[in-house]
Design a protein around this ligand. Structure first.
Ligand SMILES: NC(=O)c1ccc[n+]([C@@H]2O[C@H](COP(=O)([O-])OP(=O)(O)OC[C@H]3O[C@@H](n4cnc5c(N)ncnc54)[C@H](OP(=O)(O)O)[C@@H]3O)[C@@H](O)[C@H]2O)c1
Length: 325
């Protein structure tokens, strides 16, 4: 059976690219502190199931840079022959090296960081290069000009924006279009617990023909059955290197998680699957960008759409639960 037989690919805005409805990010669990073989198995399993898109950033690890090194190793040993079947993204914006040129949105930083990322991954180019966050102190023209240059110089095929507000996105998309390097995609944080994109960004990207790939659609694991009975020691909230703070699991949040779990059970699916189906139901959303620490997480995600569409009553019930947050 071919890896492409059972995957649904959705068009990314009004571009020529289609992305799998589930993409895999390497922010957690693929760093130098993690077990290389576990990460390798997850990436290869994901690809075997039709996940063609892998998302990285300069600073993913820990230590920063090590997730790109992990991915580079997997590319060299297993995926070299498949380069043209993969969409690999990286980003720059957060702190990566000391001094005034190691973060934010200057041309100096973005181009140097793109070169470092390519070297760590052993790639000639990435498919998508993102500005990871807006820089309040650098002219948007400079940041967008650097993205345009990164494409024109062959370091990337497309560009994207991450964590940009709707208003900044509108300006950035306009500048990029004028430069001749249209914005392919926006990567915002979006889940049942983080809904800022519903205040204008989702409409804007659709209107502008830009794709959208929500990150942390499971709220870093909170929107799963993982924390129903406490914090497992090997979970993101339980590990010293994890990015989910245990204090985010407040009692009211746990109550919402339990109620949402109940809705998911009645729909005949896991909470993780329902949370993914919920972001994917938005017409502006191209792909849900998940993280995983186990192969089973990837398989769960791939079954997210099997329970079918939400009824109006289910959506209302979810709204009522989230309103009590
Ligand atoms: N642009 C940005 O600023 C930005 C910021 C953050 C993330 N991202 C991107 O988005 C990607 C995904 O972010 P994320 O890792 O926070 O996404 P997420 O999908 O919300 O959380 C992933 C975590 O949820 C848990 N999980 C996943 N499936 C599960 C299941 N079926 N059952 C139980 N637990 C499950 C695992 O936690 P355990 O590890 O505890 O098992 C997993 O590591 C990142 O890798 C990165 O590429 C981008």
């Amino acid at each position: 059976m071919s890896r492409y037989d059972h995957m649904t690919y959705r068009r990314c805005g009004r571009s020529g690219i289609r992305l799998p409805f589930i993409s895999l990010g390497l922010w957690n669990n693929f760093g130098g502190v993690d077990v290389y073989e576990d990460g390798r198995e997850m990436v290869l399993h994901a690809f075997d199931r039709g996940i063609t898109h892998f998302d990285l950033a300069n600073n993913y690890g820990p230590p920063p840079g090590s997730a790109e090194e992990t991915f580079g190793r997997i590319m060299a040993t297993d995926l070299k022959a498949y380069r043209d079947e993969l969409i690999i993204s990286s980003k720059a914006g957060y702190l990566m090296w000391p001094g005034p040129y190691g973060e934010w949105g200057s041309r100096k930083y973005l181009i140097a960081s793109a070169d470092q990322s390519l070297k760590r991954m052993g790639l000639d180019y990435v498919d998508i290069f993102y500005s990871h966050r807006p820089d309040p102190d650098t002219p948007l023209e400079e940041t967008m000009g650097a993205l345009d240059y990164i494409v024109r110089s062959g370091r990337a095929l497309y560009v994207g924006l991450s964590n940009y507000s709707a208003a900044k996105t509108r300006q950035a998309v306009k500048i990029l279009r004028e430069l001749g390097t249209p914005c392919l995609i926006h990567q915002p944080k979006y889940s049942m617990f983080e809904r800022w994109v519903e205040g204008g960004l989702l409409d804007l990207v659709e209107e502008e023909g830009v794709g959208c790939i929500p990150f942390s659609p499971l709220a870093q694991g909170m929107l799963t059955d993982k924390y129903l009975d406490g914090i497992p020691h090997d979970s993101r909230a339980g590990k010293s290197t994890g990015f989910l703070r245990p204090d985010e699991l407040t009692s009211s949040r746990l109550e919402s998680i339990r109620s949402l779990h109940g809705v998911a059970q009645r729909r005949g699916q896991k909470l993780a699957q329902m949370a993914l189906a919920w972001v994917l139901r938005q017409s502006g959303v191209t792909s849900a960008l998940i993280g995983a620490s186990k192969i089973a997480h990837i398989d769960d995600a791939l079954g997210a759409l099997d329970a079918g569409e939400f009824s109006a009553a289910e959506l209302e019930e979810i709204e009522a639960i989230l309103a009590g947050e």
